[in-house]
Design a protein around this ligand. Sequence first.
Ligand SMILES: [Mg+2]
Length: 448
Amino acid sequence: MVTITHIETRDVRFPTSLDKTGSDAMNAAGDYSAAYCVLYTDGKHEGHGMTFTIGRGNEIVCSAISHLADRIRGRTLDSLVSNWGKTWRHLVNDSQLRWIGPEKGVIHLALGAVVNAIWDLWAKELGKPVWRIVADMTPQQIVDMIDFRYITDALTPEEALDILTKAEQGKEGRLKEALQSRAVPAYTTSAGWLGYGQDKMRGLLRETLSKGYKHFKLKVGGDVAQDRERLGIAREIIGFDKGNVLMVDANQVWSVPEAISYMEQLKEFKPWFIEEPTSPDDVLGHKAIREALKPYGIGVATGEMCQNRVMFKQFLASGAIDICQIDACRLGGVNEVIAVLLMAAKFKVPIVPHSGGVGLPEYTQHLSTIDYVVVSGKKSVLEYVDHLHEHFFHPSEIRDGYYVTPTDPGYSVEMKPESMERFGFPGKEGVSWWRGEEARGILEGERI
Ligand SMILES: [Mg+2]
């Protein structure tokens, strides 16, 4: 019987804005950051969870994590995971904290870190990777982990049970594929950041193509003439008829009419989908864009900033999106993600998780594996960005265009202590990068 004795948060920021890694039409210069949570126990394992931000404000999420995690201090792991549905509800039900959500924004980002830290601890205690815990559950056990409040009009527990029971057929075969690292094909955004020059982009496209990737995503939305040029280069390298797929991502910069007319000017490059064409809260807007772009064969994707299962319900049930992009820690951890996977399965919308951020590929490889083996039976193409993996004990890895299925116990986001110290913010004098001369350009520069 393991008890959670105390909790620590860490504010860790990587200075990715220096080389414009992660730059897009909305986020000009992000410093990939982790609002990080460690659950200490009286046993031999710790639970590690994090949520992702892009820099300033990361300390606000850390503060919210402390408030939420306090609700499980002194609790046994067993009491938390034996009735997950109740635990999840308990975590969102502090009436005073709930006022600063509810179930959205900073407080929900923090929830993702805490819930995932419990999963990490549980997985380490069981000696399994997180995806395998879910793969070994019965359909009823999975249903019992979900808080169905607010979604029963779209998906009842009985329907969820039915989806999972039907998916039992063929599960053995899919499990075998997972164990052979053939469950989760990867796509790459490495070449596509808006701040990269053309030579860097060409080089990265050629490099990723030679590594076996078939899906490539480029950021768009800065300038249509430049985007046409960039997409032309991409198509020149990956071709139109070689089985390679191009996707584009606008990171919310457009109004609805702007999205439609801008994309009409990119239609000859035949993107599979436009990601985040407008506000992540605009269900009607996404639906209008989807209908306008349908004649060109361009789909609409969103989800990385979709606040919770309630918003996803609306996008999915109203037919507003072609692609559902769950995020491992913007949603309230594994439990809420599975609720969304089930709704997407019901409405037959494929899952393409959001994974562009520090720690996200480490998390989402488990979720895509769960979706394939346990829920939809369909392979989701999963984003992979080749940055910052060296800071984790069990980094995600790509082989022959597929994610290598994680086998180490846990949720794969345990960060090395030296990385946490080195990139801790504001950090210790003489230890943290942020205290050095090099950091002054970011700390004292213009805030864009
Ligand atoms: Mg995106």
